[in-house]
Design a protein around this ligand. Structure first.
Ligand code: PGA
Length: 255
């Protein structure tokens, strides 16, 4: 496996001034060449420019949290892949469970977005994960398989290097409750095997599979030590320089 990825999802937090302050603190702590892993932050779209500017001279990449499937047009409130590229992003989070749940994004739309992001040469961080009831009824693998299947039907094996998958059990997001390292590993292995079946061993190993859901410095080491956990997508703990840096330190130590 290559390096870990530590990706912060700031959600609807940090307007331009706050985002600049957090990015300045990260830039001070992590100058260029100070880590091996892939580090990404995903501010709200209005703060992307201030973050990209503050992170110049570091190896921290910037991600958008969502994009439309078209390049431009009459879609009030939306932003597109050419726009986020122009602003300096190299990643886009696609299909976060909050977008699926609150904005009605279904598997087809998420797959269309992932395809658009990847064809436009950005890396898609595609989120998958089950609800609590689905886990309780033992359907977690079926749910995740359907979410993944929709995306893989829209891209090809050659797109593997542009795909990152984030497994985020919905019951663990923002709740303080994490999947156990065993539960995380089981699902990550299921995802890896699914990729292997659809593509092949080499390509499946090129896709980073992140865990998300209440990851923080106190529980990251155990989660990141699992064979198929290649990093984390972090919400709450990415909003403070100290905890986000703590996660980067753990990933560096384990690399
Ligand atoms: P959390 O969020 O770390 O606050 O649980 C993770 C996510 O939703 O990406």
């Amino acid at each position: 496996m290559s390096n870990f990825m530590i990706a912060g999802n700031w959600k609807m937090n940090c307007g331009p001034s706050e985002a600049k302050k957090l990015s300045d603190d990260l830039a001070k702590r992590w100058p260029s060449g100070s880590f091996q892993c892939d580090v990404v932050v995903s501010p709200p779209s209005i703060s992307i420019l201030s973050v990209v500017d503050a992170l110049k001279g570091t190896d921290i990449a910037t991600s958008a949290q969502n994009v439309h499937t078209e390049d431009s047009g009459a879609y009030t409130g939306e932003i597109s892949t050419p726009m986020v590229k122009d602003a300096g992003c190299s990643y886009v989070i696609v299909g976060h469970s909050e977008r699926r749940e609150y904005y009605g994004e279904d598997n087809d739309l998420v797959a269309e977005k992932a395809r658009k992001v990847i064809l436009d040469d950005l890396t898609a961080i595609v989120c998958v994960g089950e609800k609590l009831e689905q886990r309780k009824s033992g359907n977690q693998e079926k749910v995740v398989m359907e979410q993944l299947d929709a995306v893989l039907n829209k891209i090809t094996i050659d797109h593997a290097p542009k795909l990152v998958i984030a497994y985020e059990p919905i019951w663990a997001i923002g709740t303080g409750e994490t999947a156990s390292p065993k539960q995380a590993q089981e699902m990550h292995l299921f995802i890896r095997n699914f990729l292997k079946e659809r593509w092949n061993e080499k390509r499946s190993s090129e896709v980073k599979i992140l865990y998300g859901g209440s990851m923080k410095p106190a529980n990251a080491e155990e989660l990141l030590s699992q064979n198929d956990v290649d990093g984390g997508l972090i919400g709450g703990a990415s909003l403070k320089e100290e905890s986000f840096s703590g996660l980067i330190e753990i990933a560096e130590k384990l690399s």
